[in-house]
Design a protein. Structure first.
Ligand code: ATP
Length: 283
């Protein structure tokens, strides 16, 4: 790469529309965006700006009435040739899911199977997408839980015994179980209280340091981006209006809309932007 960064995912001229009785609505319009291997890229923008539509489209999880109106998404997983995700057949896509591409949808905490212990939820995903044996999987679970700051005993618990923050951390541990190249997390801290949000952000930062996983983190909250990401892309009415190093974007936003998002972060005392989460902050 000319700029010294390896591109893991390249979104080119991506447009996504929703069909409606009043005509088609453009939710994503001509988006160009690269995700560099090993980085944490934030996608910011207010509700309705197209963040989730962009995520589900590039992960090939878009459902009708949504459809891809144009563009390409080139993905370069480790140890395999590059693919255009938008043209990949279902069989090859299935091979990539969890092993190369993981997704934590918005509100996923509420979609855990309520009658299955945490260990069962790990087994379900890992057995389906790898050739690991039951005993190999069971041996992995305590280590994966530890990676997100949870005790091994959590494996025997049911979702109703976990707090929202613990559920989110279990899902994060499952998402990296097969060491994917890319994890896309949609609003991973929304609906959690502020102290728990910081724990989740710390766990995400730790996953990147421990596994070198590339993260795309979608959040309407610029405070999340200030604390976690390396670069941030700002979406407005379906378009990416600005992308850059997060410190630079906060210091000198080039778009008025970005400035209004930054100004909407609640300020406590004289501190204008939250401090980044550390590598191994005590929680
Ligand atoms: N199933 C759907 N049918 C029709 N229009 C949709 C559908 N889903 C989303 N949209 C429209 O697409 C646009 C982008 O929505 P999207 O959910 O991607 O935004 P967002 O930035 O992720 O917001 P939020 O965080 O609130 O989900 C909005 O105008 C929305 O109304």
């Amino acid at each position: 790469m000319p700029d010294g960064h390896e591109t893991l995912l390249e979104i080119e001229d991506l447009s996504v529309h929703y069909r409606s009785t009043h005509g088609d609505v453009a939710a994503v319009s001509g988006v160009n965006l690269s995700v560099r291997r090993g980085e944490i890229l934030g996608i910011a923008g207010e509700s309705g700006s197209g963040k989730s539509t962009l995520a589900v489209a590039l992960l090939r999880l878009l459902r009708p009435p949504g459809y891809i109106a144009g563009g390409s998404v080139t993905f370069r997983p480790k140890n395999s040739p590059e693919v255009d995700l938008l043209n990949l057949d279902e069989r090859r896509l299935r091979v990539l899911r969890w092993r190369s591409l993981s997704y934590l949808p918005q509100g996923s905490m509420n979609s855990m199977n309520p009658v299955m212990r945490v260990e069962g939820q790990f087994r379900d995903v890992i057995e389906e997408h790898s050739s690991l044996s039951r005993s190999q999987i069971d041996a992995m679970i305590p280590r994966l839980l530890g990676q997100v700051g949870l005790e091994p005993s959590v494996a025997r618990m049911y979702p109703h015994e976990l707090s929202g923050g613990m559920k989110q951390r279990v899902l994060m541990a499952i998402s990296i179980a097969l060491e994917p190249d890319l994890v896309v997390a949609d609003e991973p801290t929304t609906a959690l209280d502020v102290t728990i949000q910081r724990v989740i952000l710390q766990s995400l930062a730790d996953l990147r340091s421990a596994f070198g996983v590339t993260l795309v983190v979608i959040s309407h909250d610029m405070g999340v981006h200030a604390q976690l990401v390396d670069r941030v892309a700002v979406m407005y009415e379906g378009a990416v209006v600005e992308v850059g190093d997060v410190r630079q974007v906060f210091k000198q936003p080039s778009h008025e809309y970005t400035r209004s998002l930054i100004d909407s972060i609640p300020k406590i005392g004289p501190v204008a932007t939250p401090a980044p989460v550390g590598q191994s902050e005590a929680l």
